[in-house]
Design a protein around this ligand. Sequence first.
Ligand code: DX5
Ligand code: ZN
Length: 217
Amino acid sequence: MTMLSPSLLAANFADLKGDIKKIEEGGADLLHLDVMDGIFVPNISFGIPVIKSIRKVTDLPFDVHLMIDRPERYIKDFVDAGADIITVQAESTIHLHRTLQEIKSYGVKAGVSLNPATPLDVLEYIIKDLDLILIMSVNPGFGGQSFIPSIKEKIRDARKIIDEKGLTTILEVDGGVKLSNVEEIVDCGVDLIVSGSDIFGAEDISARTKEFKELIV
Ligand code: DX5
Ligand code: ZN
């Protein structure tokens, strides 16, 4: 079964509570939260106070995707804000292993995200410590971009590595996933799908969430 994590980045920021209720109605499994600092990526989104506030209005697990420079500076803050999964970009920290250990020390699931150009090799010696691998299928920074076709091969390769090692690591894909291409992406072996603009940009957000869920079962 593939799970769905709608990305709040594309929601109506003036009514986050209302939009979250709609994806809950549609059957979303998690809520994907894109934190951007204007340094690691050329865009600024939202941070700790927003996450803390929405923690009070939903029981959905928080899938926090940190696109910030040296995320080790803020791990405890995101844990306290209510994160259930914290994923850091492999390119954003020199001390990847130490950062993952810190995330896990708080009892939170630890993930690593890879930019499109970053090879899977960087995971070789840490994969057994990982709860989740996030494969970026766009260059991080903005919603609404197009899925990079060559990433399908990377997803299949990651699936193979996880299975060959007999691991239960969750394989997540993020960027450019739409109703029109979600099936072919899921077929590459994905456990957790992120979609932002195609869900929150829909006329009926809850119906669109439901359509996604029906396609990925
Ligand atoms: C991109 C973010 C994605 C983004 C996905 O930097 O990490 O999570 O919100 O949005 P769509 O589905 O519109 O590509
Ligand atoms: Zn993301």
